[in-house]
Design a protein. Structure first.
Length: 318
């Protein structure tokens, strides 16, 4: 059978149309020749995820994002993402499809975190749970937002302070500040002169200061030796001796107070005191009589003449 030119042209046109469809679908991430599984994930916000983005499991690419579309619910407008998985592996329908990545250059990607529980395995056409992981830009924004607020607050405070300082620093205030700085300059020059004078005094008296420090060092050495001697002394025995002496003084004081012993009787016996006082007076009278009338008590003769009878003198008669 002879194939005409028209048939050949039609076959070529059909092949071109098929190749165009296949190429278009391939560029969209669909492979019409593979037995792939389709899954759907619903998000509140896809955070910049685009079609043809990679779908990974544990870092390995297992599919692509085929389509992103809107879905209207009762309360809000959400986005449904269609993905394909061409690798043959099983995971639970409770697995999570997480959007991650997103930096200064790279775009977003989608990863499936497979869950192996008692639930049913996911089949083509099932809807997976969606989750969004913060990327680098979101993290930077979260960290910079409080810092930005603090910087703005600090700038406002600084502006208020500068405004207040500008209001305070009037012409009179500036003149007063200039006077204060001038006085400080004079004071610093005075301190400088004093420091110079003190340096000269220290230079002149350096030998004396050296001797003073040497004497202090020797004194410290002597004190250290005295301290060592005191530490080596029998402090306990000394304290015991002092305690015994104190007790003896206490007992002696008690005896004196109670009138026991010779010293106690001398202190407490009033009759003995009166007798001693009377004897003292009699002795005083005797000494006075001996001084006035020695002949009454002492007679001395060189020739052995017997003494005559004692005669009272005129003073005695009086």
């Amino acid at each position: 059978m002879k194939i005409t030119r028209e048939i050949k042209t039609g076959i070529l046109a059909i092949l071109a149309i098929a190749l165009s469809i296949f190429g278009y679908q391939f560029l969209k991430g669909k492979n019409l020749l593979s037995t792939e599984r389709l899954f759907y994930v619903i998000y509140d916000n896809v955070e910049g995820l685009t079609t043809s983005s990679s779908v990974t499991v544990n870092g390995m690419i297992v599919g692509k994002v085929l389509d992103i579309d809107f879905i209207k619910t009762n309360k809000s407008l959400k986005q449904v993402v269609t993905i394909n998985v061409h690798e043959e592996f099983d995971f639970s329908v409770n697995s999570i499809a997480k959007i991650y990545g997103g930096g200064l250059i790279g775009g977003k990607s989608l990863s499936i975190n497979p869950v192996y529980d008692n639930g049913a395995f996911a089949k083509s056409g099932d809807t997976l749970k969606g989750q969004v992981e913060e990327g680098l830009i979101e993290l930077v924004n979260d960290r910079l937002t409080p810092l930005q607020e603090k910087i703005e607050t600090a700038i406002v405070s600084a502006d208020s302070v500068l405004t207040a300082i500008n209001g305070i620093l009037s012409a009179d205030s500036r003149n007063n500040l200039q006077s204060v700085f001038a006085d400080l300059s004079v004071t610093m020059r005075s301190f400088k002169h004093t420091a110079s004078t003190l340096d000269k005094v220290l230079g002149v008296n350096q030998p004396k200061l050296d001797r003073i420090f040497v004497n202090l060092d020797e004194m410290s050495t002597n004190l250290s030796q005295v301290s060592d001697s005191l530490s080596q002394a029998n402090i306990g025995q000394m304290v015991a001796s002092i305690d015994v002496t104190t007790k003896n003084f206490a007992a002696l004081s008690k005896d004196l107070q109670q009138g026991r012993g010779t010293a106690g009787k001398l202190l407490k016996d009033e009759q003995l005191y009166n007798n001693l006082e009377g004897a003292s007076k009699e002795l005083e009278k005797l000494l006075e009589d001996l001084k006035l009338n020695p002949k009454r008590y002492v007679h001395f003769s060189l020739f052995g003449k017997k003494p005559g009878p004692y005669e009272e003198s005129k003073s005695e008669t009086k």
